[in-house]
Write a protein that binds this ligand. Structure first.
Ligand code: FAD
Length: 280
């Protein structure tokens, strides 16, 4: 196996040929290598690529480079105010050691059903910037997650764009233990409201299927309504229906169906953010 340390994006994609893997924080990949689940011909290390380690707000978007770690995102005031759901997910992901290593790009690259970064990014309406020898592409995360395979060979996740449209967002998850927990159920939600009325909603669920997904049914059910106690009940009951239909007769279905009501309430209670980017 060859090891190549890229210094910039161009070099990284040039070296990413057949049988190559990008190496980010290595928290997933190191395990897979050790267990022989992947056998790369070339490992393209991204740790020195400064272009991928960026976080800034400009042009009405929060832009996050794929090599930003969960610890970095979870300690950023910019992320807390502009992308609260993601910020919350960063607080409870893994352990402090894992958060220091694990990157948001690797979270998508590995794309486990329980990836903590994906429901918040979906709820926030994130777009993903991809680069390969074939060129650059920006695609919504919701669309990307429908692709099989997720990424064409040699495609690098450059970063994420989160539009600043003044939405509040929240996140909650149910894990085995408080720390070190791979989410057994997670939920990201974003709400664009006018006073106490919900105008637009995005709800994303994780660990209730092969990949995280946005629920259009839940959004339709909850949009254009007063956010009162009846609405909260509808949100909890609606989430239960979505989980029931996504999991069908799987063994975990009854447990997750019951649990999601509380996870939805917790996510709604955590809604915050949505300040104008220009406001700081
Ligand atoms: C003890 C432990 C606890 C964990 N807890 C959690 C948890 O609570 N929640 C959670 O979501 N995850 C958890 N994980 C899983 C893991 O930490 C995350 O998925 C993490 O975000 C992976 O990022 P990484 O930088 O380590 O990726 P790597 O391991 O370096 O890469 C993962 C995959 O993505 C590909 N990849 C990486 N970067 C890119 C890129 N820029 N472009 C294209 N492909 C890329 C790699 O080739 C590889 O296939 C845990 C892991 C461990 C070991």
């Amino acid at each position: 196996m060859q090891f190549f340390q890229a210094r910039n994006v161009m070099e990284a994609v040039e070296r990413a040929g057949p049988g190559s893997y990008f190496l980010a924080g290595g928290t997933d990949l190191a395990l897979q290598l050790r267990e022989g689940k992947v056998k790369p011909q070339v490992l393209v290390d991204l740790s020195r690529v400064a272009e991928l380690k960026t976080l800034n707000a400009s042009g009405g978007c929060l832009e996050i480079g794929s090599m930003m770690t969960f610890a970095e995102l979870g300690s950023s005031e910019l992320v807390r105010t502009k992308a609260n759901a993601l910020w919350l997910a960063c607080q409870s992901m893994g352990s402090p050691q894992i958060r220091n290593q694990a990157t948001i790009g690797g979270n998508l690259g590995n794309c486990s059903p329980a990836a903590d970064g994906l429901p918040p990014l979906l709820a926030l309406g994130a777009e993903v910037r991809l680069v390969s020898r074939r060129g650059e592409e920006t695609v919504s995360l919701a669309e990307l997650l429908k692709r099989r395979p997720l990424l064409q060979e040699g495609t690098l996740i450059k970063g994420f764009l989160i539009p600043d449209q003044g939405w509040k967002s929240g996140f909650a998850k149910l894990g085995r233990r408080r720390a070190l927990a791979i989410a057994r159920l997670s939920l990201g939600i974003a709400v664009k409201s006018e006073g106490s009325r919900a105008k637009k909603i995005r709800v994303a669920l994780g660990a209730v299927g092969e990949r995280a997904f946005l629920s259009e049914a839940l959004a339709e059910m909850l949009e254009e309504r007063e956010m009162d106690e009846t609405w909260l009940e509808a949100a909890a009951a609606g989430a239960q229906q979505v989980v029931a239909s996504a999991l069908g007769s799987r063994a975990s279905a009854p447990y997750k169906q019951a649990a999601v009501a509380g996870v939805m309430r917790e996510a709604l209670a955590s809604l915050a953010g949505g300040e104008e980017l220009n406001g700081g």
